[in-house]
Design a binder for this molecule. Structure first.
Ligand SMILES: *Cc1c(COP(=O)(O)O)cnc(C)c1O
Length: 430
């Protein structure tokens, strides 16, 4: 399917042709769309809060029913026993992040997990204490890192190295990141990167970053908030030490969804690794013996604190079933085609206006489903005009509209409509 045919064919016709050949087209009907003027919105905020899978309410209702009818007995005798509820997630999560099943667990939320992971993997000493990150990272990650640095008695201004794009560039080159790691060498305790940057949409070369970190003897961790369910991941093979994520963005797990964490298997039975412990991380066979000595269970499960948040996890279960059914290969293929199409219709709409540009890398391997459009002026106005026309995108201060065509429920027709509407709005502005 060649989208450049658009010059000869009208955009809606191209979109219709692409939708017809879309092997994931039927998945759109698995989701509820927010309404605008009695019609489905064109929803491009799956990178912020994914849509509700239709199965979600049934799954939650079943847990409520089991609780209603079984009470405490539901821990072991409900349809999906709550005692072991978290275990169902190991397989889909392992598939999503490229891990072994004992390297992942659905638990807590992203920032909590980041703190838990840093407690185990950020162990600063006088010689080795620095943390290398991307510049302009998500505030929660910065707060977590800064507070961890202080907790250990170090100075954030000395200890946090935030790499900014070179003058005139919108993203970081892998070489720049590797150079920064090498420059700080034996003073680096941890390299902490996002898989996909929340603002620019840049996908980082996680394999190379992991290698660079390990070369200088540092730990490496990834925040996969914008990467999981979006881009291909091979955490085990890349030899990553730890990773964390939330599940309400591309994973469609709903507001406040239960997140997850990855711990490489080389730490699976390392009971000496310092950690903040809770009973759900204790060896299952002695958990209810209420022993006083904490004995971590094997693998990522050993970092759990509390018993499973079943009602939230019921939604996530509905959502991950959809991912398993659709398959990551098909999702990835559609992501690239759909994002490429979006890039093209947006570029057409922008035309020769030099005050607007897409800051997300143009190379497919350097991005996922997100495109970030920077406006040197009038950005907020364009954003509001899109919202008023039922096109849901988001605004990031000071000057960026972010949008993400999520492959599971966005159609090429949605993208074509976005392009023609944006063109119309921009035309009306000059
Ligand atoms: C969305 C996002 C978060 C959100 O953190 P929560 O703990 O889930 O509220 C954190 N970091 C990044 C990079 C994000 O994109």
């Amino acid at each position: 399917m060649n989208v450049t045919d658009m010059t000869r064919e009208s955009m809606p016709d191209v979109a219709a042709r692409l939708d017809e050949h879309d092997v994931l087209a039927s998945f759109r009907s698995h989701f509820h769309f927010p309404q605008h003027d009695g019609k489905d919105t064109k929803y491009f905020c799956g990178n912020s809060l994914g849509l509700q899978p239709k199965k979600a309410s049934q799954y939650v209702a079943e847990e409520l029913e089991d609780w209603r009818t079984l009470g405490v007995a539901g821990h072991f005798s409900s349809r999906r026993p709550w005692f072991s509820y978290h275990r169902w997630f190991a397989e889909p999560l392992a598939m999503l992040v490229g891990a072994k099943t004992h390297e992942v667990v659905a638990t807590n939320t992203l920032t909590v997990n980041l703190h838990l992971m840093m407690t185990s993997f950020y162990r600063p000493t006088e010689e080795r204490y620095r943390i290398i990150m991307a510049g302009n990272e998500f505030p929660s990650d910065r707060y977590a890192v800064e507070s961890q640095v202080r907790l250990h008695g170090f100075d954030p201004t000395e200890s946090m190295i935030e790499i900014q794009p070179l003058t005139g560039a919108d993203s970081l080159s892998t070489q720049q990141i590797v150079d920064a790691v090498n420059e700080h060498g034996s003073s680096v305790a941890l390299v902490l990167f996002s898989g996909v940057h929340f603002f620019s949409g840049q996908r980082f070369d996680m394999a190379e970053i992991a290698k660079a970190a390990h070369n200088v003897g540092a730990m490496v961790g990834f925040d996969l908030a914008h990467a999981i369910g979006n881009v291909e991941l091979s955490l085990h093979e890349w030899d990553v030490d730890f990773a964390v994520w939330c599940s309400y963005k591309y994973l469609n797990g709903g507001p406040g969804a239960v997140g997850g964490l990855f711990v490489h298997e080389r730490y699976a039975d390392n009971a000496d690794l310092p950690r903040l412990a809770g009973w759900w991380g204790n060896n299952e066979t002695t958990r209810f013996a209420m022993e006083h000595q904490f004995e971590p269970t094997f693998g990522a499960d050993g970092w759990q604190l509390s018993n499973a948040q079943v009602l939230q996890m019921a939604v996530l279960r509905a959502s991950l079933e959809t991912f398993m059914e659709a398959g990551l290969d098909r999702i990835g293929a559609k992501r690239d085609e759909l994002t490429g199409f979006a890039e093209q219709v947006i570029s057409n709409a922008i035309g020769t206006r030099s005050w607007i540009r897409i800051i997300t890398p143009a190379t497919r391997s350097d991005r996922g489903a997100q495109l970030s459009i920077l406006f040197e002026r009038n950005g907020k106005e364009v954003y509001e005009a899109l919202i008023a026309r039922g096109i849901v995108v988001d605004w990031r201060t000071p000057n960026v509209i972010r949008l993400a065509p999520a492959p599971l429920y966005t159609s090429f027709a949605d993208v074509a409509f976005l392009g023609s509407t944006l063109a119309e709005i921009l035309e009306g502005m000059k």
